[in-house]
Write a protein that binds this ligand. Sequence first.
Ligand code: ADP
Ligand code: ZN
Length: 432
Amino acid sequence: MEIYDEAELWSRDHIEQTQLIRLKSTIKQARKSPFYRARLDEAGIGPDTITSLDDIRKIPFTTKQDLRDQYPMGLVTVPKSEIVRMHCSSGTTGSPVAICHTANDLNWWSDLMARCMYMVGVRKDDVFQNMSGYGLFTGGLGIHYGAERLGCLTIPAGAGNTKRQIKLATDFHTTVAHILPSYALILGERLREMGFNPEEFPLRIALVGAEPYTEEFRKRLEKLFNMKVYNSYGLSEMNGPGVGFECLEQAGLHIWEDAYYPEIVDPETGEPVPDGVIGELVMTSLCRQGMPILRYRTKDLTRFLPGECSCTRKHRRMDRILGRADDMFIVKGVNIYPMQIEQVIMTFDEVGKNYLIQLENDGFGDVMRVKVEIREEYFVEDMRSLHKIQQKIARALKDEILVTPQVELVESNSIPLSEGKAVRVQDLRIKK
Ligand code: ADP
Ligand code: ZN
């Protein structure tokens, strides 16, 4: 197996020994911020408290609110002159937080990202097109620097402007791209409209992440473009992309444990859950100096996959993200995640590139409407067959979520596209 970094082949023992050393120095570094000094003192954590990795549980969690309260530079642990870049989370769920990096932090991050890309077969002679937004969003520069480190010809195309994306990819023969899932299907459809066959598009690999998507979605994308799709997970608080990445096996995302310490906890109690059980991912940075973060509650729901990966890397794998704890909505007493809906509708060939879940209250109770874009070729058919498609989707959804939704079939391009990350749920219910 070709590797980018020897850390990929470390044994469990070696990984854990290194983690403990790095955890201790991270705590020491974190204490340089007044916030963590007070937090750790309050919890009675001194220089000798942590003697094993399990001791990490003595450290209080850090929440998004903590990061907001410390905005802009309250958690920085080096002189300001040492900070060379800052990023913000995209603010999908509220006001942004700022993350500050030293030159060395950026070096680590680029290396981790390069490691991810190398793992799925990206090499120096690939042409890499980054179709995600640049600016404060980490999916821009974060992935860009990884691609350059590998030596790829790197095209910073940015988000949107599909016509230009297609021109660049055709002219420069782009073989690898970074695409947000919600954008990938749009690109495919636009290609078709312009008379291209997406299968003949030069892409051989796509790194797809930044928002949740299902296995069904991946399959659809791989078939559409005749390419391999690898799931890329990260969050600004832990640098950005490069935290978790699928290997060639496509069987869960390896978390680079030499750089991060992952935990999965019960979101209610904060206690660890056994492997295989879904909970909230909690992450500690082990290599960041400018702004270390301890036990960050990501709100992302996933599980550790038990057992070893056939690729032989020992870094633990997590399942694809089921959704954010905040994404869950309740209809008629049933807890539902948007991805449960996607998983069902993406299996229908008739379904196009976009969908939207709308929640309303009709005065008697909750109504859940699923608006589904239908591909052009199915829209020309008669009412009866449209009705059949609608019923088929509604029945399949009911089987999955146990609530019967109103399924509304709409024409291609009638659901508005959001800038940046996709909005899958609109809650129009009057809050009591
Ligand atoms: P924001 O939290 O404002 O969206 P970020 O840009 O830092 O800010 O995004 C990080 C979040 O994006 C993660 O916490 C997770 O919810 C989501 N995310 C990132 N990658 C993936 C992925 N591969 N699958 C599912 N969700 C992802
Ligand atoms: Zn693997």
